[in-house]
Design a protein around this ligand. Structure first.
Ligand code: 4GO
Length: 246
């Protein structure tokens, strides 16, 4: 997948190109990430990318010209049919379904603003979609862009080894993850659940699914309302309801 990130702080993206799963995706060629700096497309002595807001008010606004020139360069780098996304609190909140559909895109251009935001004429004319990673304000779009890339790159076949893709499965698309344990069996007086120490894989699978259902019911019940439950999941939920203290 080809991604072009537009930002006045391109070095920030080392956080995903140089580490972990996304770093390996880059080194193995599953992900190509180009960083494009609007400052490259300025022509004045001070390389100005921002200016004062019309109508007054605090802070500065990113100028349309350098950002649009960066978008042109980004679209060219990614290949014609790139989807241009701007990360902002005004966007649709990212969820796993959106991540999966973004992973199917041939190329993405991710626009990260700074200051008070980007001249609205850029959003109107060049941005296909605004996406938010949650209802809170950040100092720039870069961290949001990196969150999106990390989530999307995990969907690319071959990026997650078999062991890790199991993690995705156990996430069971739409349930919270089950608890995880590793050695030692006893840690400060707390033991690993016995079921996990045996070798009964079917029993372990069922225990993990029940744990995911129980956690989702308790912590995020609204996720259960949106999700079709298999017959087995319905049975396990009934068991959980019966076991719940009144
Ligand atoms: N919740 C978010 O995804 C998000 C994205 C960008 C941002 N700030 C940027 C937006 C334009 C100037 C700073 N804050 C929050």
């Amino acid at each position: 997948m080809r991604v072009a990130a537009i930002s006045i702080f391109p070095e920030m993206f080392r956080a995903i190109t140089d580490y972990g799963v996304s770093g390996r995706a880059v080194s193995e060629g599953h992900l190509v990430l180009d960083c494009i700096n609007p400052r490259t497309f300025t022509h004045d002595r001070h390389r100005t990318v921002d200016d004062r807001p019309y109508g007054g008010g605090p802070g500065m606004v990113m100028k349309a010209e350098p950002v649009e020139a960066a978008i042109d360069e980004a679209v060219e780098r990614v290949g014609g049919e790139a989807k241009v996304i701007c990360l902002s609190p005004q966007g649709r909140v990212l969820d796993q379904a959106m991540v999966e559909s973004l992973a199917a895109e041939p190329g993405l251009v991710l626009l990260s603003g700074r200051y008070e935001g980007i001249d609205e004429r850029v959003l109107e004319s060049r941005v296909d979609e605004e996406i938010s990673i949650g209802d809170y304000v950040l100092s720039g779009g870069e961290l949001a862009a990196m969150v999106l890339v990390d989530a999307v790159v995990r969907q690319i076949p071959g990026v997650l080894g078999h062991s890790q893709s199991a993690v995705e499965d156990s996430f069971a698309d739409g349930l919270l993850d089950c608890p995880h344990y590793t050695r030692p069996e006893e840690h400060r007086g707390s033991r690993v659940p016995e079921v996990l120490l045996g070798g009964d894989h079917e029993r372990i699978r069922r225990w993990r699914l029940k744990q995911s259902l129980q956690r989702t019911l308790i912590r995020r019940p609204e996720l259960l309302r949106e999700r079709e439950l298999t017959a087995e999941e319905q049975r396990l939920l009934a068991e959980i309801e019966n076991e719940r203290p009144d």
